[in-house]
Write a protein that binds this ligand. Sequence first.
Ligand code: FMN
Length: 301
Amino acid sequence: MMEIELFGVKMKNPTMLAAGVMGSTAASLNWVSRCGAGAVVSKSFSKMPNKGYKNPTTVEVNGGIINAIGLSSPGVETFKKELESLNGEVPKIASIYGATPEEFSQIASEIEDLVDLIELNISCPHAMGGCGAAIGQDKELTFNVVKLVKDAVSVPVMVKLTPNVTDLTEIALSAEKAGCDGLTLINSLGPGIKIDLETGRPILSNKFGGMSGPAIKPIALRCVFETYAVTNVPLVGVGGISNAQDVVEFLYAGASAVQVGTAIMEMGPEIFAEICTGLEKFMIEHEFDSISEMVGLAHEF
Ligand SMILES: Cc1cc2nc3c(=O)[nH]c(=O)nc-3n(C[C@H](O)[C@H](O)[C@H](O)COP(=O)(O)O)c2cc1C
């Protein structure tokens, strides 16, 4: 009842770990897969090592957190060892980032044999050196990155988009035209800032960071809804999901699967089993036999 097939990859349920939370080591990714996630996504990694920003890199705000980790990464050579140690109980997704189309395609070629899917992170709002949202806010750069990666690898490629643009559908269509297999929406929102009342100092070392958690859910849902109306590739919804009801809303908006990030920080990876139990109960109560029956229902109105 809960099984789905996404770009030919079978998943036992539509939930995935979102990139960047518990995704830095094989041990933590294997733990999440044992806790019931339908698939796991690694933390985004780059070609060369990157230290990221100094602490503090995360801070709590009303309705979620702001983070500016700066895409810290051990580099592809080191991260490959983690990918090799994944238990393979659920589909494995590598999230990668770079500054140029060539960097993306080189990393993708190096790891494609180790994973079932690749997610291109062109959407981080606090990346350094022209990586991240600098690419995902430009439809030509988006096209070039996706096209070069698709030409280089044969595993399916998802592209993770930023909500921090004037017209998201323009970027989504550009990624689709370049041949992506699916789109993940959304990366964190912002940037935002939090300031210490006693010292007057911005709390994050980078001052600004991306917002995630329950407060961004309505925006993430709108992004999925809008993109579903204009594209033909499967969508993966992410942003503020913390229970089965949230998942249902994303499916109705047009997502074929979902990812969970910030909620894991509060509730632990056990949240996956909880969400799946709730989702199955909802489906039985509402007489749905499959996830696909629920996808895009909100567009009938
Ligand atoms: C601490 C932290 C680190 C993150 N790192 C990454 C990352 O490496 N790559 C990426 O594509 N997204 C990253 N994200 C964004 C999440 O994958 C997700 O898109 C966003 O947080 C919204 O979902 P959520 O509200 O469920 O957390 C990160 C988010 C958080 C909170």
